[in-house]
Design a protein around this ligand. Structure first.
Ligand code: CP3
Length: 350
């Protein structure tokens, strides 16, 4: 039988990113490959630990595909982590079970200059590009492949503190106490991210997303200089090389500063967290282009009528423009896989 050929422009995620208002929003979910899925836990156990999974192209591709098989999401996101880039730059990286990441820290000019040159990062990141390549061959043809990296500020907060922090205090302290080292580190991460995302695109990523998970802890001029500008620089460099590859920017916690972010960053789509109301997003953000979001991930734990009503409310509020349905942040390990199916069913019948 002749296989129906789906052109890239028929992929719903790419159509939304190009600015099209679709009758039903396409959907994917942050951390869709993760610990809430028994099949993920099984593959992770086979890999040994989280980082071994990230650097094993066959198994990383397998966990990326699991939520696509189970749910038929419209996009797959490469399975990797934003902290692989610091590791590729020479930082030590390990994960403490139940606690999160640990890294060697960068706080001085000497530590900054001891990082590897950008051209060396691909030695470490090669397996990630291989994962992308496998996925671009194995994904269903209607599924869009998203590559990603962390935004410089967010990655810097981990490199400076050596771990996740509730308030990013060590990064704020370095910013005040040694601006040259702080800005030098952002510059290295910015250049590394451009190189890293370029290789992901070369390997087959059709969209890239920049995660600025801690953007919300910057305010005023700092928000502009350290969240908006580095992301804008990455977008500009990628657009120059790959004018047709859409970029999603996620300045989490930006609040009112989400307004104007399309123009400020040059991104095709702004992902919004659940700290802003969908009706507000429609009026002040979606008027400028595609938006992605923003169901609170707690609904994946609680489910029921609350999940259905809130999903419908978000779909309705954002139905007048380009919208990709997603959570406001990653799904948590305690989520019930049945609630994910309920969310998808609700979106597709909205
Ligand atoms: C800040 C950040 C990190 N990583 C990431 C961010 C930005 C997004 C966000 O704010 O959540 C991004 C990320 N991390 C992971 C992905 C894969 C793709 C996806 O499914 O979204 C993506 C896009 C896998 C992962 N990254 C991590 C896991 C869990 C690891 C495990 O299996 O034990 C997964 C599936 C580990 C990780 N990685 C990181 C932390 C703080 C942790 C520990 C917290 C936790 O355990 O959830 C750093």
């Amino acid at each position: 039988m002749k296989k129906e050929v789906i052109m890239p422009s028929d992929k719903t995620i790419l159509r939304a990113l190009a600015g099209e208002t679709l009758p039903t929003p396409p959907i994917w979910m942050m951390r869709q490959a993760g610990r809430y899925l028994p099949e993920y836990r099984e593959t992770r156990a086979k890999a040994g630990d989280f980082l071994s999974l990230c650097y094993n192209p066959e198994l990383a591709a397998e966990v990326t595909l699991q939520p696509i098989r189970r749910y038929g999401f419209d996009a797959a996101i490469l399975f990797a982590d934003i902290l692989l880039l610091p590791q590729a730059l020479g930082a030590d990286l390990w994960f403490v079970t139940g606690e999160g990441p640990r890294l060697s820290t960068i706080k001085s000019a000497d530590e900054l200059s001891a990082l590897k040159p950008i051209s060396d990062i691909h030695d470490t990141l090669g397996p990630v590009y291989e994962t992308v390549k496998i996925l671009s061959e194995e994904l269903p043809q209607e599924t869009t492949l998203i590559g990603f990296a962390g935004a410089p500020w967010t990655v810097a907060t981990y490199m400076i503190a050596g771990r996740g922090t509730p308030d990013q205090a060590p990064a704020h302290a370095l910013k005040e106490e040694n601006q040259a080292v702080f800005e030098g580190l952002l510059k290295v991460i910015t250049e590394g991210t451009i190189a890293y995302l370029s290789r992901q695109i070369d390997a087959g990523a059709e969209v890239v997303k920049i995660f600025d998970s801690w953007a919300g802890s910057l305010s005023g001029a700092d928000f502009v200089n350290y969240a908006v500008k580095p992301t804008a620089e990455i977008v500009k460099a990628l657009k120059k090389r790959y004018p047709d590859v859409p970029v999603i920017a996620f300045p989490r916690g930006a609040g009112e500063s989400y307004a104007g972010m399309h123009a400020a960053t040059g991104a095709d789509c702004i992902a919004v967290d659940d700290g802003v109301d969908a009706a507000w997003v429609a009026k002040y953000v979606q008027k400028d282009g595609c938006v992605q979001g923003n169901l609170a991930s707690s609904h994946m734990v609680t489910g029921g009528r609350g999940l259905i009503d809130e999903t419908q409310r978000i779909c309705d509020a954002l139905s007048g423009g380009p919208h990709i349905f997603n959570l406001g942040h990653g799904i948590t390990p305690d989520a019930d896989p049945k609630n994910v199916a309920l969310m998808i069913e609700t979106v597709r019948n909205s």
